[in-house]
Design a protein around this ligand. Structure first.
Ligand SMILES: Nc1ncnc2c1ncn2[C@@H]1O[C@H](COP(=O)(O)OP(=O)(O)OP(=O)(O)O)[C@@H](O)[C@H]1O
Ligand SMILES: [Mg+2]
Length: 336
Protein backbone atom coordinates (compact mmCIF):
# COMPACT_ATOMS: atom_id res chain seq x y z
CA UNK A 1 0.00 0.00 0.00
CA UNK A 2 2.87 2.30 0.86
CA UNK A 3 4.25 2.01 -2.67
CA UNK A 4 0.87 3.09 -4.06
CA UNK A 5 0.97 6.14 -1.86
CA UNK A 6 4.50 7.00 -2.95
CA UNK A 7 3.54 6.54 -6.58
CA UNK A 8 0.59 8.91 -6.25
CA UNK A 9 2.79 11.39 -4.39
CA UNK A 10 5.36 10.98 -7.17
CA UNK A 11 2.66 11.88 -9.67
CA UNK A 12 2.05 15.17 -7.88
CA UNK A 13 5.72 15.90 -7.16
CA UNK A 14 6.77 15.25 -10.74
CA UNK A 15 4.39 17.90 -11.97
CA UNK A 16 5.57 20.32 -9.27
CA UNK A 17 9.27 19.83 -10.01
CA UNK A 18 8.64 20.34 -13.70
CA UNK A 19 6.98 23.66 -12.98
CA UNK A 20 9.91 24.64 -10.75
CA UNK A 21 12.41 23.64 -13.43
CA UNK A 22 10.95 25.93 -16.09
CA UNK A 23 10.73 28.98 -13.83
CA UNK A 24 14.35 30.21 -14.28
CA UNK A 25 13.83 30.49 -18.02
CA UNK A 26 12.57 33.99 -17.76
CA UNK A 27 15.01 36.21 -19.72
CA UNK A 28 14.81 37.41 -23.26
CA UNK A 29 15.19 34.01 -24.84
CA UNK A 30 12.83 33.87 -27.72
CA UNK A 31 9.22 33.65 -26.66
CA UNK A 32 8.71 31.14 -29.40
CA UNK A 33 11.26 28.81 -27.85
CA UNK A 34 9.55 29.06 -24.48
CA UNK A 35 6.24 28.36 -26.11
CA UNK A 36 7.69 25.39 -27.93
CA UNK A 37 9.21 24.10 -24.73
CA UNK A 38 5.99 24.61 -22.84
CA UNK A 39 4.14 22.82 -25.58
CA UNK A 40 6.61 20.00 -25.47
CA UNK A 41 6.40 19.77 -21.70
CA UNK A 42 2.62 19.95 -21.76
CA UNK A 43 2.60 17.10 -24.26
CA UNK A 44 5.03 15.17 -22.09
CA UNK A 45 2.94 15.90 -19.03
CA UNK A 46 -0.20 14.71 -20.78
CA UNK A 47 1.61 11.55 -21.75
CA UNK A 48 2.63 11.14 -18.12
CA UNK A 49 -0.97 11.54 -17.03
CA UNK A 50 -2.02 9.12 -19.71
CA UNK A 51 0.26 6.33 -18.56
CA UNK A 52 0.43 6.99 -14.82
CA UNK A 53 -2.59 7.08 -12.59
CA UNK A 54 -3.09 10.59 -11.22
CA UNK A 55 -5.72 12.25 -9.10
CA UNK A 56 -7.29 13.82 -12.18
CA UNK A 57 -10.51 13.45 -14.17
CA UNK A 58 -8.70 11.29 -16.74
CA UNK A 59 -8.44 8.64 -14.03
CA UNK A 60 -11.30 9.46 -11.70
CA UNK A 61 -14.77 10.21 -13.00
CA UNK A 62 -18.14 8.89 -11.99
CA UNK A 63 -19.99 6.85 -14.59
CA UNK A 64 -23.61 6.81 -13.46
CA UNK A 65 -24.85 4.97 -16.53
CA UNK A 66 -22.18 2.33 -16.06
CA UNK A 67 -23.01 1.86 -12.40
CA UNK A 68 -26.73 1.59 -13.12
CA UNK A 69 -26.06 -0.94 -15.86
CA UNK A 70 -23.80 -3.02 -13.62
CA UNK A 71 -26.24 -2.96 -10.70
CA UNK A 72 -29.15 -3.88 -13.00
CA UNK A 73 -27.41 -6.68 -14.87
CA UNK A 74 -24.63 -8.08 -12.71
CA UNK A 75 -26.00 -7.83 -9.18
CA UNK A 76 -28.69 -10.44 -8.56
CA UNK A 77 -31.53 -10.30 -6.05
CA UNK A 78 -30.52 -7.02 -4.41
CA UNK A 79 -33.10 -4.53 -5.64
CA UNK A 80 -33.06 -2.55 -2.36
CA UNK A 81 -29.26 -2.32 -2.12
CA UNK A 82 -28.99 -1.45 -5.82
CA UNK A 83 -31.45 1.44 -5.56
CA UNK A 84 -29.95 2.87 -2.36
CA UNK A 85 -26.38 2.70 -3.65
CA UNK A 86 -27.19 4.32 -6.99
CA UNK A 87 -29.09 7.19 -5.37
CA UNK A 88 -26.57 7.73 -2.59
CA UNK A 89 -23.51 7.69 -4.82
CA UNK A 90 -25.07 9.75 -7.60
CA UNK A 91 -26.25 12.41 -5.16
CA UNK A 92 -22.84 12.60 -3.56
CA UNK A 93 -20.80 12.62 -6.76
CA UNK A 94 -22.98 15.31 -8.33
CA UNK A 95 -22.66 17.55 -5.29
CA UNK A 96 -19.87 20.05 -5.96
CA UNK A 97 -19.62 20.96 -2.28
CA UNK A 98 -20.47 18.02 -0.07
CA UNK A 99 -20.58 18.85 3.63
CA UNK A 100 -19.08 15.56 4.70
CA UNK A 101 -17.61 12.46 3.09
CA UNK A 102 -20.00 9.77 1.89
CA UNK A 103 -20.30 6.99 4.45
CA UNK A 104 -22.08 3.80 3.42
CA UNK A 105 -22.56 0.80 5.65
CA UNK A 106 -23.34 -2.43 3.79
CA UNK A 107 -24.95 -5.23 5.82
CA UNK A 108 -26.08 -8.72 5.08
CA UNK A 109 -25.71 -12.48 5.09
CA UNK A 110 -22.52 -14.03 3.74
CA UNK A 111 -22.04 -14.21 -0.03
CA UNK A 112 -24.80 -11.77 -0.91
CA UNK A 113 -22.63 -9.27 -2.80
CA UNK A 114 -21.23 -6.67 -0.39
CA UNK A 115 -17.65 -6.87 -1.63
CA UNK A 116 -18.94 -7.33 -5.15
CA UNK A 117 -20.90 -4.05 -5.00
CA UNK A 118 -17.86 -2.23 -3.62
CA UNK A 119 -15.94 -3.51 -6.61
CA UNK A 120 -18.65 -2.33 -9.05
CA UNK A 121 -18.59 1.07 -7.37
CA UNK A 122 -14.81 1.36 -7.61
CA UNK A 123 -14.94 0.33 -11.29
CA UNK A 124 -17.43 3.08 -12.08
CA UNK A 125 -15.45 5.83 -10.37
CA UNK A 126 -11.80 4.88 -10.91
CA UNK A 127 -10.44 3.78 -14.28
CA UNK A 128 -8.33 1.17 -12.50
CA UNK A 129 -11.18 0.02 -10.26
CA UNK A 130 -10.04 -1.88 -7.20
CA UNK A 131 -6.47 -1.70 -8.55
CA UNK A 132 -6.50 2.07 -8.26
CA UNK A 133 -3.99 3.57 -5.85
CA UNK A 134 -6.87 5.76 -4.62
CA UNK A 135 -8.94 2.79 -3.49
CA UNK A 136 -7.92 1.30 -0.14
CA UNK A 137 -9.28 -1.97 1.19
CA UNK A 138 -8.77 -2.90 4.82
CA UNK A 139 -9.78 -6.26 6.23
CA UNK A 140 -10.05 -6.29 10.00
CA UNK A 141 -8.58 -9.75 10.60
CA UNK A 142 -5.79 -9.30 8.04
CA UNK A 143 -4.71 -5.71 8.68
CA UNK A 144 -5.51 -5.29 12.37
CA UNK A 145 -5.27 -8.82 13.81
CA UNK A 146 -3.75 -8.22 17.27
CA UNK A 147 -5.59 -6.25 19.90
CA UNK A 148 -2.33 -5.62 21.72
CA UNK A 149 -1.12 -3.43 18.81
CA UNK A 150 -4.25 -1.33 18.71
CA UNK A 151 -2.46 1.95 19.40
CA UNK A 152 -0.01 1.36 16.57
CA UNK A 153 -2.86 0.44 14.24
CA UNK A 154 -4.69 3.63 15.18
CA UNK A 155 -1.73 5.84 14.33
CA UNK A 156 -0.98 3.95 11.12
CA UNK A 157 -4.59 4.07 9.98
CA UNK A 158 -4.99 7.78 10.71
CA UNK A 159 -1.67 8.54 8.95
CA UNK A 160 -2.74 6.44 6.01
CA UNK A 161 -6.11 8.16 5.62
CA UNK A 162 -4.67 11.65 6.12
CA UNK A 163 -1.73 11.02 3.75
CA UNK A 164 -3.88 9.58 1.00
CA UNK A 165 -6.68 12.13 1.17
CA UNK A 166 -4.16 14.98 1.06
CA UNK A 167 -2.79 13.45 -2.16
CA UNK A 168 -6.22 12.74 -3.59
CA UNK A 169 -9.39 14.08 -1.96
CA UNK A 170 -11.51 11.65 -4.01
CA UNK A 171 -10.13 8.57 -2.23
CA UNK A 172 -12.17 5.50 -1.36
CA UNK A 173 -11.66 3.52 1.86
CA UNK A 174 -13.34 0.14 2.22
CA UNK A 175 -13.37 -1.49 5.64
CA UNK A 176 -14.25 -5.17 5.41
CA UNK A 177 -15.30 -7.27 8.43
CA UNK A 178 -16.30 -4.11 10.24
CA UNK A 179 -17.98 -6.22 12.91
CA UNK A 180 -14.56 -7.63 13.78
CA UNK A 181 -12.87 -4.24 14.00
CA UNK A 182 -11.73 -3.09 17.41
CA UNK A 183 -14.12 -0.35 18.64
CA UNK A 184 -11.14 1.89 19.44
CA UNK A 185 -10.02 1.67 15.85
CA UNK A 186 -13.45 2.67 14.57
CA UNK A 187 -13.41 5.56 17.01
CA UNK A 188 -10.07 6.70 15.64
CA UNK A 189 -11.48 7.26 12.15
CA UNK A 190 -14.58 9.07 13.37
CA UNK A 191 -13.22 12.61 12.91
CA UNK A 192 -12.69 11.92 9.19
CA UNK A 193 -16.35 11.00 8.72
CA UNK A 194 -17.73 14.11 10.35
CA UNK A 195 -18.88 17.53 9.14
CA UNK A 196 -15.50 19.27 9.47
CA UNK A 197 -14.44 21.85 6.93
CA UNK A 198 -10.94 20.52 7.26
CA UNK A 199 -8.73 18.82 9.83
CA UNK A 200 -5.20 20.21 10.04
CA UNK A 201 -5.47 21.59 6.55
CA UNK A 202 -6.91 18.45 4.94
CA UNK A 203 -10.51 18.27 3.78
CA UNK A 204 -12.13 14.83 3.79
CA UNK A 205 -15.41 15.89 2.25
CA UNK A 206 -14.85 14.31 -1.14
CA UNK A 207 -13.78 10.95 0.25
CA UNK A 208 -15.91 7.81 0.27
CA UNK A 209 -15.96 5.38 3.20
CA UNK A 210 -17.60 1.99 2.85
CA UNK A 211 -18.10 -0.36 5.78
CA UNK A 212 -18.93 -4.02 5.16
CA UNK A 213 -20.28 -6.40 7.77
CA UNK A 214 -22.59 -9.31 8.52
CA UNK A 215 -24.06 -7.34 11.44
CA UNK A 216 -27.82 -7.19 11.21
CA UNK A 217 -27.78 -9.99 8.62
CA UNK A 218 -30.07 -12.19 10.67
CA UNK A 219 -32.66 -9.42 11.05
CA UNK A 220 -32.63 -8.87 7.30
CA UNK A 221 -33.12 -12.60 6.78
CA UNK A 222 -36.07 -12.51 9.18
CA UNK A 223 -37.78 -9.75 7.19
CA UNK A 224 -37.22 -11.65 3.93
CA UNK A 225 -38.52 -14.85 5.54
CA UNK A 226 -41.64 -13.09 6.85
CA UNK A 227 -42.38 -11.75 3.38
CA UNK A 228 -41.95 -15.21 1.93
CA UNK A 229 -44.16 -16.81 4.58
CA UNK A 230 -46.86 -14.21 3.89
CA UNK A 231 -46.72 -15.14 0.24
CA UNK A 232 -45.47 -11.70 -0.78
CA UNK A 233 -43.06 -11.06 -3.60
CA UNK A 234 -39.43 -10.47 -2.64
CA UNK A 235 -39.49 -7.36 -4.86
CA UNK A 236 -42.11 -5.85 -2.55
CA UNK A 237 -39.50 -5.51 0.20
CA UNK A 238 -38.51 -1.87 0.53
CA UNK A 239 -35.84 -0.07 2.46
CA UNK A 240 -38.37 1.07 5.04
CA UNK A 241 -39.12 -2.57 5.94
CA UNK A 242 -35.47 -3.18 6.77
CA UNK A 243 -34.08 0.13 7.95
CA UNK A 244 -35.21 0.32 11.56
CA UNK A 245 -34.58 -3.30 12.41
CA UNK A 246 -31.15 -3.02 10.85
CA UNK A 247 -29.87 0.05 12.63
CA UNK A 248 -31.23 -1.02 16.00
CA UNK A 249 -29.86 -4.51 15.73
CA UNK A 250 -26.46 -3.20 14.73
CA UNK A 251 -26.49 -0.73 17.55
CA UNK A 252 -27.52 -3.25 20.19
CA UNK A 253 -25.44 -6.17 19.08
CA UNK A 254 -22.55 -6.70 21.47
CA UNK A 255 -20.59 -8.59 18.83
CA UNK A 256 -20.72 -5.71 16.45
CA UNK A 257 -17.98 -3.12 16.51
CA UNK A 258 -20.57 -0.41 15.93
CA UNK A 259 -22.08 -1.10 19.31
CA UNK A 260 -19.32 0.70 21.19
CA UNK A 261 -18.99 3.67 19.01
CA UNK A 262 -20.93 6.80 18.34
CA UNK A 263 -20.91 6.33 14.58
CA UNK A 264 -24.65 5.79 14.62
CA UNK A 265 -25.23 8.03 17.59
CA UNK A 266 -23.71 10.98 15.77
CA UNK A 267 -25.33 10.15 12.44
CA UNK A 268 -22.03 9.73 10.69
CA UNK A 269 -23.30 6.89 8.53
CA UNK A 270 -25.28 8.34 5.62
CA UNK A 271 -26.87 5.12 4.38
CA UNK A 272 -27.33 1.66 5.83
CA UNK A 273 -27.57 -0.68 2.86
CA UNK A 274 -29.28 -4.04 3.42
CA UNK A 275 -28.37 -7.11 1.38
CA UNK A 276 -31.09 -9.74 1.18
CA UNK A 277 -30.33 -13.47 1.47
CA UNK A 278 -30.10 -15.06 -1.98
CA UNK A 279 -32.54 -17.66 -3.29
CA UNK A 280 -32.05 -20.69 -5.52
CA UNK A 281 -32.82 -18.68 -8.69
CA UNK A 282 -30.06 -16.17 -7.83
CA UNK A 283 -27.60 -19.01 -7.28
CA UNK A 284 -28.43 -20.17 -10.80
CA UNK A 285 -27.78 -16.65 -12.14
CA UNK A 286 -24.46 -16.45 -10.29
CA UNK A 287 -23.53 -19.92 -11.56
CA UNK A 288 -24.24 -19.04 -15.20
CA UNK A 289 -22.26 -15.77 -14.88
CA UNK A 290 -19.39 -17.67 -13.29
CA UNK A 291 -19.31 -20.22 -16.13
CA UNK A 292 -18.98 -17.37 -18.62
CA UNK A 293 -16.29 -15.74 -16.46
CA UNK A 294 -14.39 -19.03 -16.49
CA UNK A 295 -14.50 -19.07 -20.29
CA UNK A 296 -17.17 -21.80 -20.67
CA UNK A 297 -20.44 -21.50 -22.48
CA UNK A 298 -23.21 -21.26 -19.89
CA UNK A 299 -24.86 -24.62 -19.20
CA UNK A 300 -28.01 -24.49 -17.08
CA UNK A 301 -27.99 -28.23 -16.39
CA UNK A 302 -24.51 -28.09 -14.87
CA UNK A 303 -25.37 -25.04 -12.78
CA UNK A 304 -28.63 -26.56 -11.57
CA UNK A 305 -26.78 -29.67 -10.40
CA UNK A 306 -24.35 -27.51 -8.44
CA UNK A 307 -27.09 -25.27 -7.01
CA UNK A 308 -29.11 -28.30 -5.93
CA UNK A 309 -26.22 -29.66 -3.84
CA UNK A 310 -25.76 -26.42 -1.85
CA UNK A 311 -27.30 -25.82 1.58
CA UNK A 312 -30.47 -23.79 2.06
CA UNK A 313 -32.55 -22.61 5.01
CA UNK A 314 -35.06 -23.08 6.57
CA UNK A 315 -34.13 -26.77 6.26
CA UNK A 316 -37.56 -27.97 5.14
CA UNK A 317 -38.45 -25.27 2.67
CA UNK A 318 -34.89 -24.60 1.33
CA UNK A 319 -35.61 -20.96 0.47
CA UNK A 320 -32.37 -19.07 1.10
CA UNK A 321 -28.83 -20.11 0.28
CA UNK A 322 -26.55 -20.57 3.31
CA UNK A 323 -23.39 -19.44 1.53
CA UNK A 324 -24.95 -17.12 -1.03
CA UNK A 325 -22.94 -16.97 -4.23
CA UNK A 326 -19.61 -17.03 -2.45
CA UNK A 327 -18.71 -20.70 -2.90
CA UNK A 328 -19.77 -20.88 -6.54
CA UNK A 329 -16.38 -20.27 -8.19
CA UNK A 330 -14.82 -23.21 -6.34
CA UNK A 331 -17.89 -25.52 -6.37
CA UNK A 332 -18.55 -25.09 -10.06
CA UNK A 333 -15.22 -26.71 -10.97
CA UNK A 334 -16.50 -30.05 -9.63
CA UNK A 335 -19.48 -29.98 -11.98
CA UNK A 336 -18.01 -28.71 -15.23
N1 LIG B 1 -26.02 -10.56 -5.35
C1 LIG B 1 -25.02 -11.02 -6.13
N2 LIG B 1 -25.10 -10.88 -7.47
C2 LIG B 1 -24.14 -11.32 -8.27
N3 LIG B 1 -23.02 -11.96 -7.83
C3 LIG B 1 -22.89 -12.12 -6.50
C4 LIG B 1 -23.87 -11.66 -5.60
N4 LIG B 1 -23.48 -11.96 -4.36
C5 LIG B 1 -22.31 -12.56 -4.47
N5 LIG B 1 -21.94 -12.68 -5.76
C6 LIG B 1 -20.73 -13.34 -6.28
O1 LIG B 1 -20.11 -14.04 -5.22
C7 LIG B 1 -18.83 -13.50 -4.92
C8 LIG B 1 -18.68 -13.38 -3.43
O2 LIG B 1 -19.56 -12.39 -2.94
P1 LIG B 1 -19.12 -11.22 -1.96
O3 LIG B 1 -17.66 -11.39 -1.66
O4 LIG B 1 -19.52 -9.93 -2.53
O5 LIG B 1 -19.97 -11.58 -0.68
P2 LIG B 1 -20.08 -10.78 0.70
O6 LIG B 1 -21.47 -10.29 0.79
O7 LIG B 1 -18.99 -9.81 0.79
O8 LIG B 1 -19.91 -11.98 1.74
P3 LIG B 1 -19.20 -12.02 3.19
O9 LIG B 1 -20.15 -11.41 4.15
O10 LIG B 1 -18.98 -13.47 3.45
O11 LIG B 1 -17.91 -11.27 3.07
C9 LIG B 1 -18.78 -12.16 -5.64
O12 LIG B 1 -17.48 -11.87 -6.07
C10 LIG B 1 -19.71 -12.37 -6.82
O13 LIG B 1 -19.02 -12.99 -7.87
MG1 LIG C 1 -17.30 -9.79 2.02
Amino acid sequence: MRSAWLLSAGCVLWVCSLTAAIEPISTSIAVGMAAALTGFLAGYQNMFYYFNECCRPEWISYNKTGLKYDLDTKLYGQHVAGQVILKAVTGFMNNKKPKKPLVLSLHGWTGTGKNFVSQLLAENIYVKGMESSFVHLFTATAHFPHEIHIDTYKTQLQDWIRGNVSICPRSMFIFDEMDKMHPGLIDSIKPYLDFYDNLNGVSYREAIFIFLSNAGGENIVQVALDFWKDGKEREEIQLKHLETALSLSVFNNKNSGFWHTSLIDKNLVDFFVPFLPLEYKHIIQCGLAEMIAKGHSPDKEVVEKMAHDLNYFPKEERVFSMQGCKVIPSRLDFYI
